[in-house]
Design a protein around this ligand. Structure first.
Ligand code: ZN
Length: 180
């Protein structure tokens, strides 16, 4: 289960907002934290908020992210710490593990598609003009096989470092694979 899901399940937005000093009227409205609100136009519910003036809408995580000026993941970690939500480390470990699995399956799929292009567009004779996808596969295969090797047989630190430094690469590959 992701840290986001755990937090959303365990925290009630109204109590969380109160805990951080947001003043909520009896009718459930508070001054919107997303725009310069003079009259309370943001309604807080247990599981979401909605601003009737600026349209801001979201959950306990986006609310806290805005309140503290943090990215959502940082806000989630802060909430987990402040509210003593169980075993945040276990949750992060699990996320790392999931990311690693996803990364590996993206790479495996990409290497597979390069290999199939290499075989499909392999020239039949020396005079044949090389297909761009054949050239691409020949050029890229060694690099991506090496990457896959890191994720398959690298140490824990190597795998973690690789995934953390190559996040953009994985996003690009995922987009590329989706187009095929
Ligand atoms: Zn608003």
């Amino acid at each position: 289960m992701s840290i986001f899901k755990t937090i959303k399940e365990q925290l009630n937005l109204i109590d969380t907002a109160k805990h951080y000093g947001v003043s909520i009227r009896r009718n459930g409205f508070a001054n919107c934290i997303f725009h310069n609100d003079k009259h309370p136009s943001m309604k807080l519910y247990k599981d979401h908020y909605h601003c009737f003036a600026c349209g801001a809408h979201g959950d306990v995580i986006s609310f806290s992210a805005q309140l503290f000026g943090l990215p959502p993941y940082e806000a989630a970690k802060l909430l987990a710490t402040d509210f003593g939500i169980a075993d945040i480390k276990a949750i992060s470990r699990k996320q790392q593990y999931l990311t690693e699995n996803t990364a590996r399956s993206i790479l495996t799929e990409y290497v597979f598609s390069l290999k199939s292009n290499r075989d499909k567009y392999r020239p039949c004779s020396p005079d044949e003009e090389l297909h761009p996808l054949y050239i691409e596969s020949i050029k890229l295969l060694p690099l991506y096989e090496y990457y896959l090797d890191i994720l398959t047989s690298g140490s824990k630190e190597e795998r973690k470092l690789f995934i953390n430094t190559e996040r953009r690469l994985f996003n690009e590959l995922q987009a590329k694979l989706r187009q095929r």
